[in-house]
Design a protein around this ligand. Sequence first.
Ligand SMILES: NC(=O)c1ccc[n+]([C@@H]2O[C@H](COP(=O)([O-])OP(=O)(O)OC[C@H]3O[C@@H](n4cnc5c(N)ncnc54)[C@H](O)[C@@H]3O)[C@@H](O)[C@H]2O)c1
Length: 313
Amino acid sequence: MAGVAPGRSPPAGAREGVRVAVSESETAARKTVLVTGAAGYVASQLLPAFRERYDLRLVDITREGRGGWVVDDVLLHDLRETDLERHRALFAGAHAVVHLAHNRGPRPGGVRRYEDEKRNVDMAYHVYQLALEEGLERVVMASSNHAADWYEDRVLAGEREAVTPDERPLARTFYGWAKAAYEHMGFLYAQGTFGRPLGVVQVRIGHPRGLEHYDFTGRPGAFKRNLGAFISARDLAQLFCRALDTPDIADAGGVPFQIVYGISDNTRAFWSLSNARRVLGYAPQDDSELLYAETVARLLGASPGRSGTGGDE
Ligand SMILES: NC(=O)c1ccc[n+]([C@@H]2O[C@H](COP(=O)([O-])OP(=O)(O)OC[C@H]3O[C@@H](n4cnc5c(N)ncnc54)[C@H](O)[C@@H]3O)[C@@H](O)[C@H]2O)c1
């Protein structure tokens, strides 16, 4: 794959060279897309499709991903710097930005800290503000299912069937709170508060990793949850490309703003893909139930009911 240096294997999306169908009209004018957090895991799932489709500007504070892979065409740049002039050139002349950069920070006792998540909100502000000032058409931002994960417990307890992006985002942690905060910040920019409406799509990513990497033995609830939350590399790439390329992303009030869930076409889905399908034309190709049929039979064959919870991304 162009741009990924040999060394430790990149994850599935990068290995398999995810392809997303490209129409003639879409290839006619290649968009210039700035990708932040370009050495990260989610970027590794998206870059193969992005490289085929767009002219890319890749930025990160490192060229080495968490799994040890190296993306050698990343420009080293820290988006937390509060002087916006230092970032301006990255945005100038671009059509869109895909914001994946994320400050993880330490997690004392497994808990994400307010200070670290506040930095993520600051970084999102830098992205929106420069996208606005430099005339970009679209901001596509990685959010998370955890922006509204309070509802997940209600689903798993059997008190409700599903969660939709239209509901008030109620989170359980500062991680989810920060996602909800910068989703809402995007709505200010989208409605035109600062001069012109900026198109904004927030992707509440579910579980973008193969379930074979985890041992769910004795944890049927966690397995079921992740069967619902799973998104394959090719579906993730398709969703982000649709978020970048769909011309009209107006919500019911005419504001160019969407929050979509990012999962595959899972039999056990409990997050709504309604607006992802209707507005973006997202047509996921994978279903975790089929991909992991053997494990489903082995772990869930005699395990009725819903319970358990997942990770915190
Ligand atoms: N991986 C998941 O399971 C998952 C699930 C749901 C949502 N998400 C969201 O997707 C986004 C990307 O996640 P990921 O798994 O790729 O994370 P990651 O940690 O693998 O990648 C994030 C990248 O951002 C870079 N970064 C951090 N601070 C930066 C800064 N100041 N300037 C520029 N770059 C900076 C990091 O170096 C890293 O390469 C995050 O917002 C995350 O919350 C991820």
